[in-house]
Design a protein around this ligand. Structure first.
Ligand SMILES: Nc1ncnc2c1ncn2[C@@H]1O[C@H](COP(=O)(O)OP(=O)(O)OP(=O)(O)O)[C@@H](O)[C@H]1O
Ligand SMILES: [Mg+2]
Length: 467
């Protein structure tokens, strides 16, 4: 049974249960009300009739002893007179004997009815005889001058009330059927509204599970289903995002591997070439040249492997840096001093503007950062001047700026990728591995800092580190 049928069935069932309980209760209440109205009516008519009969008999009899005689002879008249005003069959009894009856239908049982007997004892009484129609029997005592006890009985046909009762039941049944039909239509309509987004959600999840990550659920309402749809969409967004990131990461890894193999190929080929030459030649000059190249290429390779190891060590999430409070001004002066010779070889002046500042850093790693950045400016930028500016305010800001050729946009976008090198270092004799800035970024991130590179052809390159 699907959800829609369940909701519809539940609604109809609830309605029917309610009607099954309500119909008899309401019919009973309305029937009781009708009966009590009739009883009240007969009661008041009865009170009036007993007085009338008493007065009539006392007036007609010459003395009190003639009353039974008058009653004997006039009871038929009295009953038919009373029937006209009260509008029901009227009987008068005396001493368990029927004196008068407003109708000539013989009473089927000759025995005196219990309510009539009760009236002889001085009490009013009634009972309702079931049947089709029901009949209301009521009797009241008539006491004439405290001497003669008569019983005045009414037999009231409840056909009207029975008809009303069965009409009520019919009306209820028709109303119930109409209500059930209406409720069924309404339930189908409402359940369609509730279920449509659930169906939509189910279709989309099916597609999603098959790998189609694009479709999203239409969120129409703000109810619980709407919220579910909304949550599903957010979940789908994050899964899609994660998958893209994973694919991106995969691509990066593949690029890294490709680049690595490509990079080590050239120096290895050179080394092998010269080694072969060593086997073949006896010429001392050639031997020396070969040994020189083998050594320098070997050293370059070693340097690369060291950088790579450093990068992989830094990338480990559990790698802890060794922090201590370091005077940054002194550290920068020291590093610039050591880079001084290299800068002079390129005719570059290092200009220092350093605020007094200390910070908790890993001294060796931080030195490496500055050396890498300065080394790039010296090697690639073709600048005359490099400014090294340390500013201390709310945070610490270190700017290393050159006025050289700048970095093209494509290189700038990928500059932190390992082995990514600009055209310059790829084509020229300057040999870099493209690992320097990857290491810089890892180190700065380990210090919870931030590194930013601004570069243009006109203004050169500035690297800004904020701690
Ligand atoms: N100041 C600069 N001016 C011009 N180009 C630069 C500058 N700094 C970096 N670059 C470019 O960015 C590239 C990446 O620099 P990075 O330091 O990461 O690698 P590398 O210097 O080539 O190699 P390594 O640092 O591993 O020896 C360089 O190849 C160079 O093309
Ligand atoms: Mg470099």
């Amino acid at each position: 049974m699907n959800l829609k049928s369940k909701i519809t069935a539940l609604n109809i069932a609830a309605l029917l249960i309610m009607l099954i309980i309500l119909v008899p209760v309401i019919t009973k209440i309305s029937d009781n009300y009708n009966l009590s109205t009739i009883l009240n009516y007969l009661q008041s008519q009865g009170e009036y009739a007993t007085i009338y009969v008493e007065q009539y008999s006392l007036n007609k009899a010459k003395n009190i002893f003639e009353v039974p005689m008058v009653m004997d002879s006039d009871s038929p008249y009295l009953t038919s007179y009373l029937k006209r005003t009260i509008k029901c069959r009227v009987q008068i009894f005396y001493n368990n004997r029927l004196l008068g009856d407003s109708e000539e239908i013989p009473d089927e049982s000759r025995t005196i009815r219990p309510e009539v007997q009760e009236a002889f004892k001085g009490n009013s009484a009634y009972f309702i005889k079931s049947g089709k129609p029901r009949t209301l029997y009521m009797a009241m005592p008539i006491n004439i001058s405290g001497r003669y006890s008569y019983s005045l009985a009414f037999i009231y046909d409840l056909a009207e009330e029975d008809k009303m009762k069965s009409n009520n039941i019919n009306i209820f049944i028709i109303t119930s059927l109409l209500a059930a039909t209406f409720s069924a239509i309404l339930s189908i309509f409402i359940s369609n509204r509730i279920i449509a987004p659930v169906k939509n959600l189910s279709e989309i999840t099916k597609k999603f599970s098959k790998g189609d990550l694009y479709p999203r659920v239409k969120v129409k309402d703000n109810d619980e289903v709407g919220e579910l749809a909304h949550n599903f969409n957010s979940m789908a967004d994050s899964i899609q995002d994660m998958i893209y990131k994973l694919k991106d990461e995969q691509n990066k890894q593949k690029n890294f591997f490709d680049n690595f193999t490509h990079e080590i190929r050239t120096p290895l080929t050179t080394i092998l070439g010269y080694a072969e030459l060593l086997w073949k030649t006896d010429n001392t000059e050639v031997k020396d040249k070969s040994l020189f190249h083998i050594t320098s290429e070997g050293q370059r390779l070693l340097k690369m492997i060291e950088s790579l190891l450093e990068l992989s060590r830094l990338k480990r999430y559990d790698f802890l840096i060794n922090k201590s409070e370091v005077n940054l001004k002194e550290l920068l002066e020291e590093v610039c001093d050591s880079m001084h010779y290299k800068a002079r070889r390129y005719n570059i002046k290092l200009n220092l503007q350093l605020d007094e500042a200390s910070y908790f850093i890993d001294q060796d790693l931080f030195k490496q950062v500055i050396i890498n950045i300065l080394d790039n400016s010296i090697k690639y930028s073709k600048t005359d001047n490099i400014d090294i500016i340390l500013k201390k305010s709310d945070n610490i800001k270190l700017t290393i700026k050159d006025y050289g050729i700048g970095i093209d946009e494509e290189t700038l976008k990928n500059i932190y990728e390992p082995y990514y090198k600009g055209d310059l270092s790829r084509s020229s004799k300057i040999e870099g591995w493209g690992l320097g800035l990857s290491i810089v970024r890892e180190i700065i991130e380990k210090h919870d800092g931030n590194v930013k590179i601004n570069s243009s052809r006109e203004n050169g390159t500035e690297v800004i580190i904020t701690l």
